[in-house]
Design a protein around this ligand. Structure first.
Ligand SMILES: [Zn+2]
Length: 116
């Protein structure tokens, strides 16, 4: 199996690692024989998925459609937010924004932002 890389930050995603995969393919409708393009698999690491979902709507109809799917997925399951938090905490400790409180921001504090 090929190694996958996050489309946004180019971070390597381990096989079976937490990530969001967007599958994209095109096919003709009403034309015979039906043509179908190869499927593309686009991956986002948990951090980028959460970051994208929390960010503003992108330009372009196709980007917007993908963004809405990612928002649905990220908003539906706190596990991804927690994974993003764990990675941030593990990799970039010390780079976290000051919260004005003792101790790091917990996923529970990030959670309310996903109640769209
Ligand atoms: Zn990423």
């Amino acid at each position: 199996m090929d190694n996958l890389f996050c489309l946004r930050c180019n971070r390597e995603i381990e096989p079976g690692g937490k990530s969001v995969a967007v599958y994209l393919f095109a096919q003709t409708v009403g034309v015979r024989p039906r043509q179908k393009s190869p499927a593309q698999r686009i991956c986002f690491c948990p951090q980028c998925s959460v970051s994208l979902a929390m960010g503003p709507a992108p330009e372009g109809a196709l980007n917007l459609a993908a963004w809405q799917m990612i928002r649905d997925i990220v908003g539906a399951d706190p596990a991804l937010t927690e994974a993003a938090w764990e990675s941030l905490h593990g990799v970039d400790e010390g780079m976290l924004p000051a919260t004005g409180t003792a101790g790091p921001v917990s996923p529970a504090r990030i959670g309310p932002y996903f109640e769209f």
